[in-house]
Design a protein around this ligand. Structure first.
Ligand code: SUG
Length: 446
């Protein structure tokens, strides 16, 4: 198979990027409801981040946006007629449904799926389970397109297996890799940490009281089975209810790991000491854990500044060196910055922090880590990808030109009803499938 390296698949921000206040429990999303957005800046900030990560020597790839407003969703909700009619009706009668059908939320690729690399699985293939995102309507409508896109890219079934999203209702609500962390040490031992916020069928102590817990314990267990992981490679942990109630709706808002390094807030898990002990038992002394206490870094600051929602990337081996890619907001917040400075100063693989501007995404509660899906691949796997998704100079230039051609600089909530926005989105995506050599992955192309 050859060695695997992590490829970061970033979601390209879609042309309808806007602030609709859709996510209860995501404090940034609620705070910015109805503010004007800039789809063009958002998409360019995303491309700048990809360039910055690629410059660190990490392989970078892209995932396409979804077609929004989703007219097929509105049809299924009883709005009929020509597109102009559907948009006018829904805007007049049920404006909330228009917002729910218009989000560019597929940009947060961490929520696209949960992945186990071929080295870890019992059948030696890469397994991908697209997330059903069942907890929130505007995100649940991503699942089928995400599956189709991933199947187009990872179409070689001898190497890759792209599953169906988990079935059923909210009992199996799954938020993808935002609640999953793979840790690994040099001996080859690995631990897949699956976090969940509530149990569908049992009463769990310490569940949140104010904000919803999105992921269920039962969904996490199903993922571990589908990913073909052996039980001794898995650790399950309950998210901290107080953390969720403060705005840590996903685990990646308060914890992040890379290989033998794990950075965690004490309010990430219901019983953080037990999680640490469990990981230690799986991985031994090589695992480096840096924990932030509530005193050092109040979880409220962690939620507003997102120091944990950073990408921790390996930039060198022998000796192992890592860089933290964090949002600018983490530098601007004293407690968050000091915490990251402590991480760099201590004896661990992290050498420095690189701060990036992803403010458009941050205003919807999405930091650098939310914007990417990590997929470990071999050199041979890269040759078998079914689309032109690897981010190189040529693709970067094509994507920058494509954004400049199709994206608006400014979008307000009322613009979502504008039929020309919908047409612009369709022609942008139609062109993008040609740029990415992706085939007809969208419903509107079939
Ligand atoms: O699901 N925001 C996303 C942010 C996802 C962040 N992802 C990770 N933590 N991995 C969410 O809450 C807001 C959309 C709006 O309000 O317009 C939104 O969907």
């Amino acid at each position: 198979m050859g060695p695997l390296f992590e490829v970061n698949f970033d979601g390209i921000v879609g042309p309808t990027h806007n602030f609709a206040g859709l996510s209860l429990g995501n404090v940034a999303s609620l705070a910015n409801e109805s503010a004007p957005s800039s789809p063009a800046s958002a998409a360019l900030q995303g491309l700048d981040k990809m360039r910055a990560v690629a410059n660190l020597g990490v392989r970078q790839a892209v995932l396409p946006p979804h077609a929004r407003p989703s007219l097929s969703t509105l049809h299924r909700l009883g709005f009929g007629g020509k597109p102009e009619q559907v948009l006018a009706d829904v805007a007049a009668r049920e404006p909330r449904l228009l917002r729910l059908s218009s989000s560019a939320s597929a940009m947060w690729a961490a929520n696209a799926a949960t992945v186990a690399p071929a080295t870890d699985t019992t059948d030696g293939r890469l397994h991908i389970v697209p997330a059903n995102l069942r907890h929130m309507f505007h995100r649940a409508i991503e699942a089928d397109t995400t599956r189709d896109v991933l199947r187009a890219i990872f179409r070689d079934e001898t190497r890759f297996s792209v599953h169906e999203p988990l079935p059923g209702g909210t009992q199996f609500a799954d938020e993808g890799a935002a609640n999953h962390t793979r840790l690994a040490v040099s001996s080859g031992r690995v631990a897949h940490l699956f976090a969940w916020g509530r149990s569908a069928f049992e009463a769990a102590q310490g569940e949140p009281q104010k904000y919803p817990a999105r992921q269920t314990k039962e969904a996490s267990a199903a993922l571990a089975r589908l990913l073909h992981l052996a039980p001794e490679q898995t650790v399950f942990a309950q998210q901290n209810g107080r953390g969720i109630d403060t705005g840590a709706f996903h685990t990646d808002v308060v914890a992040v790991g890379n290989e033998s390094f794990f950075m965690v807030h004490e309010l990430a898990f219901h019983d953080v000491a037990a999680v640490v002990a469990d990981l230690r038992a799986h991985l031994g002394d090589e695992l480096v854990i840096v924990q932030a206490s509530e005193r050092e870094l109040p979880v409220d600051d962690a939620v507003h500044a997102y120091p944990f929602n950073s990408q921790v990337v390996t930039v060198k081996r022998d000796p192992l060196e890592m860089v933290i890619v964090a949002p600018l907001e983490s530098r601007e917040n004293d407690a968050a910055r000091r915490f990251l400075e402590r991480v760099v100063a201590e004896d661990n693989p992290v050498r420095r922090v690189e701060y990036l501007d992803v403010r458009q995404s941050m205003k919807n509660g999405g930091g650098p880590a939310c914007l990417r899906q990590r997929i470990p691949l071999s050199a041979a796997d890269l040759d078998k990808l079914g689309a032109r998704v690897l981010f190189d100079d040529a693709l970067e230039q094509d994507l920058r030109a494509w954004v400049r051609k199709h994206y608006r600089d400014r979008l307000e909530p009322r613009d979502l009803a504008d039929p020309s926005l919908w047409r612009e989105c369709l022609s942008a995506l139609d062109e993008l499938t040609r740029v990415l050599e992706l085939g007809a992955v969208y419903e509107f192309q079939r």
